[in-house]
Design a protein around this ligand. Sequence first.
Ligand SMILES: Cc1cc2nc3c(=O)[nH]c(=O)nc-3n(C[C@H](O)[C@H](O)[C@H](O)COP(=O)(O)OP(=O)(O)OC[C@H]3O[C@@H](n4cnc5c(N)ncnc54)[C@H](O)[C@@H]3O)c2cc1C
Length: 573
Amino acid sequence: MKIKHRVAIVGGGLAGLRAAIAAYDGGVQDVAIISQLPPVRSHSVAAAGGINGSLANHPDGRDDNWEKHAFDTIKGSDYLADQDAAEVLAREAVPVIVETEHWGCPFSRNEDGTIAQRPFGGAGFPRTCYAADKTGHALLHTLYQQVVKRGIKVYTEHLVLTLAVADGRAVGAVVMDIVSGEVGTVEADALLFATGGAGKIYAHSTNNLLNTGLGMAIAYWAGVPLKDMEFIQFHPTGLWGTNILMTEGCRGEGGYLVNNQGERFMARYAPKAMELGPRDIVARSILTEILEGRGFNQGGPGGGYVHLDLRHLGEAKINERLPEVREICKNFAGIDPVYQPIPVQPSQHYTMGGISTDINGATVLKGLYAAGECACVSVHGANRLGGNSLLDTIVFGKLAGQHMARFVAEQPLQGSVDKLLEEKKAEVERRFRELFDNPGTERESALRVELQQNMFHNVGIFRQADTLEAGLAKVRELRERYRNVKVHHTGRIYNMELIRAYELRGMLDVAEAIAAGALARKESRGSHARRDYPERDDQNFLKHTLAFHTPEGVRLDYSPVTITRFQPQARKY
Ligand SMILES: Cc1cc2nc3c(=O)[nH]c(=O)nc-3n(C[C@H](O)[C@H](O)[C@H](O)COP(=O)(O)OP(=O)(O)OC[C@H]3O[C@@H](n4cnc5c(N)ncnc54)[C@H](O)[C@@H]3O)c2cc1C
């Protein structure tokens, strides 16, 4: 299998689709999307609550504008976002949302026909546009229609395994057709990774099984730094026992969080914003309630939880605005939120860090771009606001695609890279043989579970030096044990054991970057809450962490944060 296109987009979620459309519209007709999944099954489809843009359509949001959106994003990020990037995110929000509307995205509507908006956490105004609680589904199908309309080639169930780099430029990749197991090569003048988050490095995640961070690992192995990896978002309201997301839209529509005393406990932690505080604060508040004995099921199997109460919203509103939440609760918890409160607990949700890029999605490796959750531009800093990720995928997917179109026009690949691609392919085949022939007794599935539990318990919501050290040591122990992983199933057709074993190597390296970055950051900022360093320390840590891969393991460095107009202040809600 030899795939050759001018632009290769790895990933068929929102960021990948938007980038492919932009590259095509920018004049490169030879664009292809290579995706492990059929695009419309990408994780973007699960996004529920909405996408932010200062359209000012809500009666309480008439004074909203892009500057206020940028400010909320920067304050939400605990001042770690690069402010020039956050300004681009907020400024471009309205045009990209209107563009998807014109492409037919079925947004929920106000009486006057304008796009409906709901309040979301950490936002000064109701600015989250939504399609009931199925916004990702609506956006993904809208963009996929545009991809089909343009005749952009899509390779589904193709997994990219490694990059090929010639003279400091990404020129291609090695890919596996998951269906047949055939390994082949991709040649391209430019590649973009839009491979999604790394949530599955953690236990208790809202993410799907495929969010292993393999794309991040591949870029990292190729010398591109991962930025701000220690910032992991825990969503306040995962459905207890399943960690299926109960969208922030529940609180946006007026849902309450209640402890075992019947108190709306957010009054203690964010007296003004209450349930609509930013996610880092609400998640910590719920965990504090549980740790201090005010949760339900204290000490019971599955851990404690608090109640998300929607009953006062009434059946009609729940059916109109939160139909999927009702359906999920009935199917997965056997409860009906119209009549019963929902048991919720914080769950890993989002990777704020990722492949370090500039505003155009370009990485330090010429020819390699990244966008969406796998990338760190950075706009989310230490804590992402709900509704800003869908926006990030579309805004920066589009900008990256446009930049790629210009890049490949100006700097097409010269000469043949066939020999290099064949060598990289042989390397992957060798790795597969090592996994099949390994005399060791370790199972990838067991190591993966140990890794996930370790990250959740030692590098989780509350952190401190001793647990972080233990967490990092465990990751390194697992990496040693990984040398003894044997893949037992030797067939090639849909060999998920082989794929999982290959991914695990990347998960371990990405986990090391997360744990090492967290240990080195001796302050509390956004989602990174250290009990031993409870204050934010701008003097020493108003800087991005950069993790570089070396044969010995991770090497950390730092880079400055771009401040344009908002000087860091105390963050109160
Ligand atoms: C349950 C849930 C609800 C959410 N709700 C919201 C919300 O309401 N609002 C909001 O702003 N954000 C929300 N988010 C976050 C947001 O949905 C995601 O951050 C965003 O959709 C990620 O899009 P993406 O294009 O970067 O990646 P994804 O949609 O995850 O797509 C990744 C793509 O990469 C492909 N891929 C991965 N690795 C490889 C590889 N090695 N080779 C080939 N292909 C590969 C996959 O097949 C997939 O097509 C939610 C997240 C979750 C988990």
